[in-house]
Design a protein around this ligand. Structure first.
Ligand SMILES: O=P(O)(O)OC[C@H]1O[C@](O)(CO)[C@@H](O)[C@@H]1O
Length: 554
């Protein structure tokens, strides 16, 4: 049986790790004046500089060999053509079809899915235009002013991130709110500022069975009925994006207002589907299409470019170098762009839910590290929070710096400061401070060791198209890493387990819980004191998350 860590290329990379361990990144530049030109590339409106990495030419060519010897070409083709690559859920993975603007058919079980995708796109167009123009009326004839997206995970993070990122393109009279947390104070706070007669709720849930979303949606509907219309009016204020049409209709949503999507769209890959409705409402349908175009352009690049010029492949390989050979545990995402402040959270789910796996696609435990801990926040705020540790701490953290070049009118001086701060940080991480003074030794408390790696990703401008390309870039990076690690990046059984046990625990609020461990029993006892058995807390018990049998006594 093939074992990744026993492969000739893997072992050569281990030797190269030892050979290059004491290399200084800055020496790579001294020795090769063309390094920046060689280790940077452009795809549409995105420019990637990957020259400030602890990666010699020899290492890069071995990493490329790792990709060549993997199943990447085959699995990439399988993904785009709708083969079942999500093996544990027995599904194809076709978020790329959602942004397929080429009119080429994409088949699932022998049927072209493009006609239904185009139909739903048309439905999104009609609906978003009706709301934006004011043609869509609330129950008492007023136009919509506030849109509340109720969803969690992939049904929240993508649209939330994109609406915020593209705020400057938003409809001037529409305001957007995102409620995700089951903590009731989240929805209470949002509702307290709204007028039910002019509010539209989008219940975004692939399954229509997620506890948090259903509870928030019920609370929103109760608030609507208490403060405004009657049951018959719910249809004018609640719509759904879901694969579960029946459950959405049982909730009171009109059939024509259930925006379909499909089991082969993973939650964290769903912002291109009707889960992206808030984006279309905010920036308009044409803007939404531009977002899809940007992603489609990145898809074409990912399929067509040789690995040595392939942006997602290069980013994935460099990540693998740090994770599997240098021992980095985390990857920082630092956008120098306030509009991208939700990007680290979005990428956290994308990467960690996809590649947080320790079993390969054949069900064997892996003997190498897989997905990193992804974290971060915007610069320059991060500079005054966690950068100290990155400069002088004992951890080794590769960083992705992300920024857009074009300044906003009226704040050019701010934008200049923002970009120069970012360049200064990337330079400081690489150079350190030892060059500043001959007296500083590595052990001096004033000394920053440097030699810390980063990529810089520049968008010409933060447009819908460039944002689409940026997100697709990271999606494919995560995919490539998953293929090389031979794991299934498209299931999430760990999350399912948590959902199932939440259901089981809430069922025990007024019964005995002897089959739980002593700690959980003790804590449940403390919780129970606040929820009398005749109370209504139990009504919120989550539906069982999957069809697995009830747990055994532990
Ligand atoms: O869209 P749903 O079905 O409500 O699920 C929400 C999220 O829950 C998850 O299953 C786990 O977090 C995600 O994959 C998904 O995006």
């Amino acid at each position: 049986m093939f074992q990744l860590t026993r492969s000739v290329t893997w072992q050569a990379l281990e030797r190269l790790r030892d050979k290059t361990a004491n290399d200084r990144i800055r020496d790579y530049f001294t020795n090769d004046p063309q390094r920046f030109e060689k280790m940077s590339l452009r795809v549409g409106g995105l420019f990637l500089d990957y020259s400030k990495h602890h990666v010699s030419d020899e290492v890069l060519s071995k990493l490329l060999e790792l990709a060549d010897h993997s199943a990447l070409v085959q699995r990439r083709a399988q993904m785009f053509s709708g083969d079942i690559i999500n093996v544990t859920e027995n599904r194809p993975v076709l978020h790329t079809a959602l942004r397929n603007l080429s009119d080429e058919p994409v088949h699932v079980d022998g049927n072209d899915v493009m006609p239904e995708i185009n139909r739903t796109r048309e439905q999104i167009k009609q609906f978003s235009e009706a709301v934006r123009s004011g043609e869509w009326k609330g129950y008492n004839g007023q136009r919509i002013k506030d849109v509340v997206n109720i969803g969690i995970g992939g049904s929240d993070l993508g649209p939330n991130m994109a609406v915020r990122a593209l705020l400057k393109y938003r409809h001037p009279e529409l305001h957007f709110h995102f409620v995700s947390n089951v903590d009731g104070t989240h929805i209470q706070k949002v509702l307290s500022r709204l007028d039910p007669a002019t509010t539209l709720f989008i219940v975004s849930t692939k399954t229509f069975s997620t506890q948090e979303t259903l509870l928030n949606a019920k609370t929103a509907r109760r608030w609507f009925l208490e403060n405004a219309g009657e049951d018959a009016d719910v249809g004018a204020h609640f719509i759904a994006a879901s694969t579960n049409r029946k459950a959405a209709m049982d909730f009171g949503i009109r059939e024509e207002n259930v925006f379909e999507f499909w089991a082969w769209v993973g939650g964290r890959y769903s912002m291109w589907s009707s889960i992206g409705l808030p984006i279309a409402l905010s920036i308009g349908f044409d803007g939404f299409i531009e977002l899809l175009e940007g992603a489609h352009e990145m898809d074409r690049h990912f399929i067509e470019a040789p690995f040595s010029q392939n942006m997602p492949v290069l980013m994935a390989l460099i990540g693998i170098w740090y994770i599997n050979f240098i021992g980095a545990e985390t990857q920082a995402i630092v956008p120098y762009d306030q509009a991208l402040n939700q990007l680290p959270s979005f990428l956290q789910q994308l990467d960690m839910e996809s590649n947080g796996k320790s079993v390969d696609i054949f069900g064997h435990p892996v003997n190498y590290k897989t997905g990193p801990i992804v974290w971060g926040q915007t610069g320059s705020n991060g500079q005054h929070a966690f950068f100290q540790l990155l400069h002088q701490g004992t951890r080794y953290v590769p960083i992705d710096f992300i920024a857009s070049l074009k300044p906003e009118p009226g704040v050019e001086d701010h934008h200049f400061a923002l970009l120069t701060n970012m360049l200064a940080q990337a330079n400081a991480f690489m150079e350190g401070s030892q060059g500043d003074s001959k007296e500083l030794s590595q052990h001096d408390p004033y000394s920053c060791p440097g030699n810390r790696p980063s990529s810089t990703l520049l968008l010409d401008e933060l447009t819908p198209k460039n944002l689409g390309a940026l997100i697709a870039l990271y999606e494919h990076k995560v995919f490539v890493q998953g293929v090389i690690w031979n794991i299934n990046s498209f299931d999430q059984w760990g999350v399912q387990l948590g959902k199932r046990i939440a259901g089981e625990i809430s069922e025990r609020i007024d019964t005995n819980a002897a089959d739980f461990d002593a700690s959980t029993q003790g804590l449940l006892e403390l919780v129970r004191a606040h929820f009398p058995s005749d109370g209504n807390a139990k009504q919120s018990a989550p539906a069982s998350a999957d069809k697995k049998p009830a747990r055994k006594k532990r």
